[in-house]
Design a protein around this ligand. Structure first.
Ligand code: NAP
Length: 280
């Protein structure tokens, strides 16, 4: 039998995972809360057997990132209603037998947006139909927003919009459709690690009354979020979503408050420093 003796063990697992900001963010929280814990990043290529290995090694909790959120949801012994609906688990907690899973991405997105705008009964446009879009759509629907999905691949977009009972607009006709969107969330991978990538909507799409969030936080400003800022929109950073989904993970693992404590500012500062360092 093997078990950690001095500190609780946590990790983010993914493939790739080298550039994850979770270790700096989570370690800042443990330090601020004075919790004896270690948080690592593991490259994983056989999720099923690697989860068993991490369980055996005594890990208490795992953050799950690309491309394993869907598979983690299937492999978990039990999952919460949100993970079931989103069909993805980004958080695992140790049980006697294995792992239980929840999804905190929707909590992170909703918290980040709600700090800027009251989302209920607002018209929200989600660009993308992948895993992140599903979580954001779930959160916005749950908070009472009227959700429209727009995606490059119509088939995939329609599947999501049918599932969450929302409207669908193919991405290539979005510019021609006149709609008063109050909230726009960029959930595609366009612009990831590429500040120069052209945004998936034209500059004239943005109106000053919109609240806009790009899930991509590295680079800090994407062409999409820059265009929204220049048009006078209220811009919410994807870094806030990362921060709040992480805080929700910690609350669940540690079974103590994190959101309303100074730890959240320590986490934010650690993230800001890490992103600024990456972009300098
Ligand atoms: P995913 O499941 O692979 O989905 C990718 C999405 O991007 C799909 O809708 C895809 O459209 C679209 N897309 C890719 N290339 C495109 C292009 N050239 N033009 C138009 N659409 C394109 O990925 P995901 O897990 O949803 O993640 C999406 C992004 O969110 C990633 O950049 C990830 O880093 C970020 N994210 C951020 C947070 C946060 O906390 N801030 C959390 C989760 C994810 P098709 O269906 O047409 O291929």
């Amino acid at each position: 039998m093997i078990r950690p003796e001095q500190k609780k063990l946590f990790a983010v697992i993914g493939n790739p995972v080298r550039h994850s900001l979770s270790p700096v963010m989570m370690s800042a929280c443990f330090k601020a809360l004075n919790v004896p814990a270690l948080y690592a990043a593991f490259y994983v290529d056989e999720l099923d057997s690697d989860l068993k290995l991490l369980h055996k090694a005594g890990f208490s909790g795992l953050s799950v990132t690309i491309p394993y959120k869907e598979m983690a949801c299937r492999l978990a012994e039990q999952i919460d209603a949100a993970a079931q609906e989103i069909r993805a688990a980004n958080t695992l907690r140790r049980t006697n037998l294995g792992w239980e899973g929840v999804n905190t991405d929707w909590i992170g997105a909703l918290r980040a947006l709600s700090a800027a705008v009251d989302v209920s009964a607002r018209n929200a446009l989600i660009l993308g139909a992948g895993g992140a879009a599903r979580a954001v759509a779930y959160g916005l629907k749950r908070a009472g927003a009227n959700v429209t999905i727009s995606n490059r691949c119509s088939e995939r977009g329609k599947v999501l919009s049918r599932q969450i009972k929302s409207n669908f607009i193919p991405l290539n006709v979005l510019a021609k459709v006149v709609r008063g969107f109050d909230i726009v969330v960029q959930c595609t991978s366009v612009g990831l690690e590429d500040a120069g990538a052209s945004p998936i909507v034209s500059d004239s799409f943005f109106k000053p009354e919109m609240t806009v969030m790009d899930l991509i936080y590295s680079p800090r400003w994407t062409a999409f979020s820059r265009a929204a800022r220049d048009a006078g929109c209220t811009v919410v950073s994807g870094l806030d979503m990362l921060l709040y989904q992480g805080a929700a993970q910690l609350q669940w693992w540690l079974e103590r408050p994190v959101f309303e404590t100074p730890a959240i500012e320590a986490m934010r500062q650690a993230l800001e420093e890490a992103v600024n360092e990456k972009s300098s």
